[in-house]
Design a binder for this molecule. Structure first.
Ligand SMILES: NC(=O)C1=CN([C@@H]2O[C@H](COP(=O)(O)OP(=O)(O)OC[C@H]3O[C@@H](n4cnc5c(N)ncnc54)[C@H](OP(=O)(O)O)[C@@H]3O)[C@@H](O)[C@H]2O)C=CC1
Ligand SMILES: Nc1nc(O)c(N)c(N[C@@H]2O[C@H](COP(=O)(O)O)[C@@H](O)[C@H]2O)n1
Length: 274
């Protein structure tokens, strides 16, 4: 396993403007500060093939990811990532305590992930991380199922929690959505009410590609770019095409960008343009 080491001060200074702060948290009082972060190849891929866990970050950017985890209250990944990677989703930065661990959230609308057998739940039981919260769409479960999965605030799985969020609703009334779909703003409001002031969203592709087109919900973007091409057939970061006045336009843009080299990787930070 890669050693996670303390970042040099210059690297911390580079990241600082993109981290959650009192000001960024107060600026969006109804939702957590959101940092979107992932590692990709030179062909904008985040894994070799769907469902294949792929290491892209070198030791220095891996350490950066754990430093970022230390600086956020929570981490969120989608169920596709939870199933493919069986991730730890804890912080292994030097000096981290259980209290300063981020809370892992897994967006799994229809409960298809086996939380009971997951590494993240096992680590929580070993006090190596906080217990995971699995987010489901309330539109997919009956009262009886809801009762069976949660009783008197207790989850059906020890060291894990289930959170039911309104599904099948969109804050954009012109859009029709499936019952499994959870509106991002609805979800982020629920998490804020649960005390989450800052959250890293680490992936996977479906979630990143969607959120790249929600500049109103994302405060900063931190991308590790590894010096490799994964090749065709990989899982690609490329948001859906955008058309304005009948013409194709860029799908998403960053501004206030900064670059820095971390070992062999490049790190790009920026803010999505509204
Ligand atoms: N290099 C990197 O930095 C990273 C790489 N990865 C890689 O990414 C790949 C996984 O990506 P992908 O398959 O796209 O999976 P995701 O992790 O993006 O999960 C996608 C699933 O999340 C659920 N979901 C997403 N948006 C919503 C919403 N608004 N409301 C309700 N549910 C939602 C859906 O579940 P459902 O289908 O049940 O409806 C959807 O299919 C893996 O190969 C992994 O290794 C992942 C993270 C980081
Ligand atoms: N930053 C980064 N670099 C890579 O090379 C990656 N493959 C990922 N993946 C993300 O990190 C999670 C794994 O974390 P653990 O080390 O198991 O805690 C994985 O689920 C992806 O979200 N990230």
């Amino acid at each position: 396993m890669t050693e996670i080491s303390e970042l040099p001060d210059a690297a911390k200074d580079f990241l600082l403007p993109y981290l959650p702060s009192r000001d960024t948290i107060l600026a969006a009082p109804n939702r957590p500060h959101i940092t979107l972060t992932y590692a990709c190849s030179l062909d904008s891929m985040i894994s070799l093939a769907p469902g294949v866990r792929t290491t892209l970050s070198g030791p220095e950017t891996k350490s950066m990811t754990h430093y970022l985890r230390l600086k956020h209250d929570a981490i969120l990944v989608g169920v596709g990532t939870a199933i493919a990677d069986d991730p730890s989703l804890n912080c292994r930065y030097p000096g981290v305590s259980r209290d300063t661990q981020p809370r892992p959230f897994i967006l799994d609308p229809s409960a298809r992930w086996n939380v009971a057998d997951s590494k993240v739940r096992r680590l929580a039981s070993e006090r190596e991380g906080k217990s995971p919260s699995v987010i489901h769409s309330d539109a997919l479960f009956s009262e009886e199922q809801l009762d069976a999965m949660t009783s008197e605030g207790e989850s059906d799985v020890p060291n894990a929690e289930r959170v039911f969020v309104r599904g099948g609703h969109s804050t954009d009334s012109s859009v029709t959505v499936q019952p499994r779909h959870i509106d991002w703003l609805d979800l982020l409001r629920v998490l804020k009410r649960r005390g989450v002031n800052s959250m890293m969203i680490e992936g996977g592709a479906t979630i990143i590609n969607d959120l790249l087109q929600h500049p109103d919900l994302v405060d900063s973007v931190i991308i590790t770019i590894a010096p490799t091409w994964l090749g065709q057939g990989g899982v690609t970061i490329s948001p859906s095409p955008q058309v304005k006045n009948g013409e194709r336009v860029n799908a998403a843009n960053l501004h206030q960008t900064s670059w820095r080299q971390f070992g062999s990787d490049a790190v790009l930070c920026g803010r999505l343009t509204r």
